[in-house]
Design a protein around this ligand. Structure first.
Ligand SMILES: Cc1ncc(COP(=O)(O)O)c(C=O)c1O
Length: 355
């Protein structure tokens, strides 16, 4: 089947042919055949090129599973969790914390602006926290947070850190060596289909996970610690999805991470320049605009523009979420779609639709 539709959404992204072909290969029984455990170990080792030295775990379930699993595994009743936020997912972490009995203190700032370091410092000086959460790229608003200074402060206060890097990992450098649990998903910058959460877990995080007494089932990271070494998975793994992820990571590493990151920067810069030529303002402050997704202000026209681009130009875009559904249009230039020619085709179509 040919499909000329261009899907410039901020995930799921286009899945390259090599990934789709790998997924159609026969798969071993993931619970029984030793080769599959070796394959899984090799894949998690390969992910180390992006993640660094910490253990990598891959869960069957899309990105949100990772967010819940991190909180379910690290937080028990009474734990204090600092939820650092300037967007939907950052604020949403607090819901998971409360759900698992923790006490969430939300340090929230404007969805358009950088994280507020001063307020974070003041929270850390006046209170004590077991865990802190934050989001690297807020996909709904196209914000990339400078998390390194925040992580530095948290390190000084010995707080275990959870970072949602779902829409930045594999497209933007992520300071994973400073993060205890770093969450990614297959369908964003990796350009594999939805279905897998990837996460790194530091030794310190494992210790905490092992000490947490509250039980959870599918969201518990603990059984995954040495699963593949023991030739046992807690649940039947998603073999075809894992094959696809392996092919996607191979593509990324063959290209070279530096080149991949530069490609994202170039695509974003071009997208923002074309938007400025069209008189469209960015939703976030320019200093925090993400290399993986551009959120544009189109008051009252987002849905109409989305439909026009799909119907007349065969290009799929996303709108804002919730209250921003009518006023924000989002263009994903992440993963395989972070290419100048795709950005140009999209912006030509947007120009025609606006015209
Ligand atoms: C920043 C961020 N975190 C988490 C998620 C949840 O991922 P999923 O849609 O794969 O459940 C998304 C999805 O868009 C996201 O953008």
């Amino acid at each position: 089947m040919t499909d000329d539709r261009l899907r410039m959404t901020p995930g799921p992204t286009e899945v390259p042919t090599a990934v789709r072909e790998r997924m159609s290969e026969p798969t071993p029984n993931p619970d029984v055949e030793p080769e599959f455990f070796a394959f899984y170990r090799d894949l998690t080792d390969e992910l180390g090129a992006i993640y660094g030295d910490d253990d990598v775990v891959i869960l069957g379930g899309e990105g949100i599973l990772g967010l819940e699993a991190a909180i379910a595994s690290l937080v028990e009743p009474g734990d204090r969790v600092l939820c650092i936020a300037n967007g939907l997912y950052g604020e949403g972490f607090a819901d998971f914390v409360e759900m698992y009995g923790g006490e969430a203190v939300v340090c929230a700032t404007s969805w358009r602006e950088p994280l507020d370091l001063e307020r974070i410092e003041s929270e850390l000086e006046t209170d004590s926290f077991d865990v802190a959460t934050m989001v690297h790229c807020e996909t709904p608003t196209g914000v990339l947070n400078d998390i390194e200074p925040v992580l530095e402060r948290l390190e000084a206060h010995d707080v275990v850190t959870v970072v949602d890097a779902v829409s930045s990992l594999g497209g933007v450098p992520v300071p994973t060596d400073r993060i205890d649990v770093c969450l990614g998903a297959s369908q964003k910058c990796f350009s594999a289909p939805p279905g897998l959460t990837v996460c790194s877990v530091s030794d310190r995080a494992w210790e905490r996970i092992e000490s947490v007494e509250t039980e959870s089932l599918y969201t518990d990271l603990e059984p995954w610690r040495d699963a593949a070494d023991g030739e046992w998975f807690p649940y039947t793994h998603l073999s075809s999805n894992l094959y696809g992820l392996e092919a996607a990571i191979d593509l990324l590493l063959d290209e070279g991470l530096e080149s991949v990151y530069a490609r994202h920067e170039e695509a974003a810069t071009r997208c923002r320049a074309r938007a400025a030529e069209l008189g469209l303002a960015l939703y976030p402050a320019e200093s925090v605009a993400s290399p993986t997704v551009t959120a544009l202000e189109v008051p009252g026209r987002a849905q109409h523009l989305q439909e026009t681009l799909a119907d007349e130009h065969d290009i799929v875009l996303a709108t804002g979420l919730g209250d921003l559904a009518e006023d924000v249009l989002r263009i994903g230039h992440m993963g395989h779609n972070a290419r100048i020619d795709r950005v140009e085709r999209t912006m030509d179509a947007l120009e025609a639709a606006l015209g």
